[in-house]
Write a new protein. Sequence first.
Length: 260
Amino acid sequence: MDVNKLQFQYHNSGPIIRDLSTSITAGKITTIIGPNGSGKSTLLSLLAKNLQPTAGQIVLSGRDLQQFTHKELARQLAVVHQQNEAPIDLTVEKLVEFGRLPYRHLFSSETKEDHEAVAWALDCTQLTPLRKSKLVELSGGQRQRAWIAMALAQKTNLLILDEPTTYLDIYYQIELLELVRSLNERLGLTIVMVLHDVNQAVRYSDEIKVMKQGQVWAEGEPKKIISSELMQLVYDVQAVIREDEEAGFYVVPLAAKLAD
């Protein structure tokens, strides 16, 4: 996926994305980070075609993203939003079945391929034992895995996750990110996600894009781009960078610059 001179702004507002060009590496986990208001979630919405660019283009599989119908795009990429809603009495299995809609015609019945895709998605997310459970009966982490399973059932090569760890405690955050890494390694999925936690982004990403003021200020392998200088420049935070055998490469925030 390539992004060329992308711009976006809402009516009667200033630009949110400013002449942004970048690319998403196939088969890798790419995480977008940056302070609040930097444009990272807006960029993700543009990549998912939930928003239409003011100018520029996004190219997927050699085609402008805007040329895809919704059904065509749903066979190319799957999206898990930050907040997801479904009837509380819906079972996990029924939710995952919605991932097969891009392959079905109106009033058509489920095929053998549909059943196999749903079973596979449940197995990938370790939800097979909970397939008959209602969503309301699940923990927050289990519900998030169910939404990821629905996205996997779409059988796409690209998975987009908008702040997937929001509202989860630290245990389920780590569990979910371990799942993301496993899906990438086992299935070769290209994964793009937005995270707030810099250390989680460093630990679970092959590449990071650091945004501020609607532009990508730095991008590349975490260890090559994350520095004390970058943390000060982008976040207005004093930080030191550490690396050890047990914890790996990580950021230690020291102090934030107070507003005048």
